[in-house]
Design a protein around this ligand. Sequence first.
Ligand SMILES: [Zn+2]
Length: 366
Amino acid sequence: MKAAEIINLLNEWAPLYLIDEWDNTGFQIGDSKREVKRILISLDLDREVFEKALREDVQMIVTHHPIIFKPLKTLVRDNYKEKLIYDIIKEDIVVYNAHTNLDVAKNGVNETLARVLDIKDTEPLKTTYEEPLYKIVVFVPNSHRDLIIKTLGNEGAGWVGNYSHCTYNVEGVGTFMPREGTNPFIGETNILEKVEETRIETIVEKKDLQRILDKMIKVHPYEEVAYDIYPLANKGKSLGDGRVGEIEKVSLSQYLDKVKKSLNVDNIIVYGDRDRIINRVAVCGGSGSSFIYDAYLREAQVYITGDIKYHDAQYANELGLTIIDAGHYHTEKVILPVIKEYLEEKTQKMVEVQLYNQSSPPYVIY
Ligand SMILES: [Zn+2]
């Protein structure tokens, strides 16, 4: 597969419009036309990961953290970061990363972290994006109504709550006159035609709009398909930083054991009362101290994240929020197998996907 195809698949999952404004992430190094047979997935890209990629004859490295974050002013082989980038280019390796967009995406870092910790009914801690919704209205001869309804639904149109394939249909009469140079499915040139048609309307998310239209037009029998697109004021799915949701009532100390086991860590740092009974938990993979107040506003009793400073934890405790610092690495590593599964499924295993050193962080607690 070409690198560009794999990049498109990853961008579909973690769209670029979800990237935070301070962030710099996406397709960062390499040739999009490069043929990719093997992919290596890692949280970070350092010399060790690069060397592993060379040993394993990997053509593409996918990471969560961007290798190029601050703009480069030079690209010389005399300092650490630039030397690594220089060598990556020389070896013709493609580098892609999905950072803040993967944090907030559906099935991204935070949803995965919440799922691993058995947190249910989750919503973002802080909404950063609401998916715009559109209405598609299409006119179709009755003979092809069911085909169009099925196609729209199968492509992801018509979701209302947990109901898919929702459409509304009204029968009527369509008129048209085929002119010179046309090749009509029904009717003859220069004769006004009247056809029993159905007006089908359904709802789609912006991200799916073009794909669904293309598919619908492809299966529609008419040479020129009549359809309308209306922007809606209805609010779509909300995405954002962190997640908050419910767990079964449990004492904090019991839940701590669960966190350690689920994240496969030996040590976590806890600030707050361990005898407390809890059932509402917030999470943010990586460095989440800036969402302490959001966790409090969302009525979480416990907030699990990484990189918590002493005074941040004191502040949280004053708000009545217990803090679990499970580590930046451990709260983000959960996404690595999910990226692997996604790529294997979407590429139908046409590429081989490997995880780099998934279970151990780049440090020890001694
Ligand atoms: Zn991170």
